[in-house]
Design a protein around this ligand. Structure first.
Ligand code: BG6
Ligand code: MG
Length: 219
């Protein structure tokens, strides 16, 4: 069996992508930029600063702000986002995830988190999932957003396992590309992803028997 399973957070453990979208839409709107859910998909797995750059580019305003101004805008978005996180309770854990995490505990398979969100520790707390994770990669120490494999490699490193012995789970294309580049085996959640070693429609399909069968099949 795999030595560890490394999870993305937004879209795999809980659906915070919509909350990110609402906060960005408000901030972008204040700058005269319109974004929709389709555009928001391209921000999944992308760091806060890089997301802002993409939004400004989308609105044709890339050069319009200084670095200090951009930091202020990003801080404003984060304040809105953090405020919306108050609505997050253990009920917001996506279907099947808590069961999978506890099955992995029984199987003595290590668990890691690879989220580029600086809010990830607070979100795990709000969901009451912190005790299920052996290691959470620190987003503040990551230089490059997904699709760079850096954060998945940091998670494997912290778990003291080689990427080749691990499965990574992601809902975003940038995340699948990051997992594949890391040498881990990739499991994608959703229908629009390409390149995942195993693709499942929703988190409900994410069970230990299914992951175990996938691991053995691929050997
Ligand atoms: C990722 C999200 O998990 O975290 C991105 O998919 C988000 O949309 C990124 O921009 C950074 O999050 P935060 O909470 O640090 O602004
Ligand atoms: Mg995600």
């Amino acid at each position: 069996k795999p030595l560890a399973i490394v999870f993305d957070l937004d879209g795999v453990i809980t659906d915070t992508a919509h909350l990110h979208f609402l906060a960005w839409r408000k901030v972008a709107g204040e700058l005269g930029i319109v974004i929709d859910e389709v555009f928001n998909d391209s921000l999944k797995g992308i760091s806060r600063g890089e997301s802002l750059l993409r939004i400004l580019r989308h609105g044709g305003k890339e050069g319009a702000f200084t670095r200090a101004e951009r930091e202020q805008i990003a801080a404003r978005k984060n304040a809105l986002y953090v405020d919306s996180l108050r609505t997050l309770t253990p009920q917001a854990v996506l279907p099947g995830i808590r069961e999978l995490l506890s099955a992995l505990r029984s199987e003595q398979i290590k668990t890691g988190l690879a989220s580029v969100s600086l809010n990830a520790p607070a979100i795990l707390q709000a969901l009451q999932l912190t005790p299920y994770f052996d290691f959470c990669a620190d987003a503040a120490r990551i230089q490059r957003s997904k699709p760079d494999p850096e954060i998945f490699l940091a998670a494997c490193n912290g778990l003291h396992v080689s990427p080749q012995a691990c499965i990574g789970i992601e809902d975003a294309q940038a995340g699948i590309d990051a997992i594949n580049a890391s040498g881990m085996r990739s499991v994608g959640i959703g229908s629009t992803l390409t390149g995942a070693d195993l693709l499942l429609p929703t988190t409900e399909f994410l069970t230990w028997p299914r992951l175990s069968a996938f691991w053995q099949l691929d050997k």
